[in-house]
Design a binder for this molecule. Structure first.
Ligand code: SF4
Ligand code: SF4
Length: 262
């Protein structure tokens, strides 16, 4: 084992003092890093873990956050409610209704697990940190307080210009486009009907607009070769108008509703 060496002495007297003064001078000329809090609010990074906000409209009371919290400091109470069937002959459904959602910030260790595991984006970090209390019981924030924190959550950073469109946005955009196309088709179909109806009303009268080959719903049926009036069922079908856009199957028409639920 090596023996400790005695400290070496400088050959010039007062060199230690000069070194110390040099450090002092260097520090004096540097920009100060002292935060003048609370007179000046600190500029915190956007992902600061200050307090947790609850967006309770998104919460389905799945209890995942409370189960995964290592400190068991999330308290959730709920009850079940029966929702009547949406359509005649449909099935009643039951859903969880939130009664209480509270987080005890005197126990919370700001690990963020509850926010990570929430499958419905109901919990968010807010950078707010000024909520110290003189009574520890006041550090249990109930749902109203957690909702107030929600309004202090910063907006998410903008996407990278080359990033893929988020699937939620893509699904919503496609649904909106299909609904707009269906509405346009319905408007176009209803605009065609007045020109078609006089043709079916007048027996033996010539059609107002000649029926084109392969015309879609809403067009009058072609007159029989012998000049007789078309069958009543055919007239009814012709004047009924389109139930869905021309050229679109039922499956395509139903898809937006399914995507909207997703
Ligand atoms: S941040 Fe961690 S400790 Fe705090 S409530 Fe969420 S899971 Fe629990
Ligand atoms: S994990 Fe999310 S959705 Fe489930 S109870 Fe917690 S906050 Fe609500």
């Amino acid at each position: 084992m090596a023996e400790p060496q005695p400290p070496t002495r400088s050959r010039f007297p007062g060199s230690g003092l000069a070194k110390g003064l040099a450090v002092t001078l260097r520090t004096m000329t540097r920009k100060t890093v002292t935060e003048q809090y609370p007179d000046v609010q600190p500029e915190l990074p956007p992902r600061t873990r200050g307090v947790i906000g609850l967006f309770e409209e998104n919460c389905t009371v799945c209890m995942l956050c409370a189960r995964e919290c290592p400190d068991w400091c999330i308290y959730i109470d709920s009850h079940k409610e029966t929702v009547p069937a949406a359509t005649p002959g449909g099935r009643e459904r039951s859903r969880n209704v939130l009664d209480r959602f509270a987080i005890d910030f005197s126990l919370c260790m700001y690990c963020g697990i509850c926010i990570e595991v929430c499958p419905f984006d109901a919990l968010f970090w807010s950078p707010e940190f000024e909520y110290s209390e003189t009574d520890i019981r006041d550090l249990t924030h109930e749902r109203d307080k957690l909702r107030e924190w929600m309004w202090t959550v910063p907006a998410p950073p903008a996407l990278d210009p080359g990033a893929e469109e988020p699937k939620e946005l893509a699904a919503a955009r496609k649904t909106a486009e299909k609904l707009a196309a269906q509405q346009e088709a319905a408007v176009a179909g209803s605009a065609e009907r007045p020109a078609v109806q006089p043709e079916s009303a007048g027996a033996g009268a010539g059609p107002a607009t000649p029926p084109a080959a392969g015309a879609g719903p809403g067009t009058a049926p072609p007159a029989a070769p012998d000049g007789s009036e078309p069958h009543a069922d055919e007239q009814a079908r012709a004047t009924e108008g389109p139930t869905r856009p021309a050229g679109e199957s039922k499956q395509q028409t139903d898809r937006p509703r399914r995507e909207g639920r997703e």
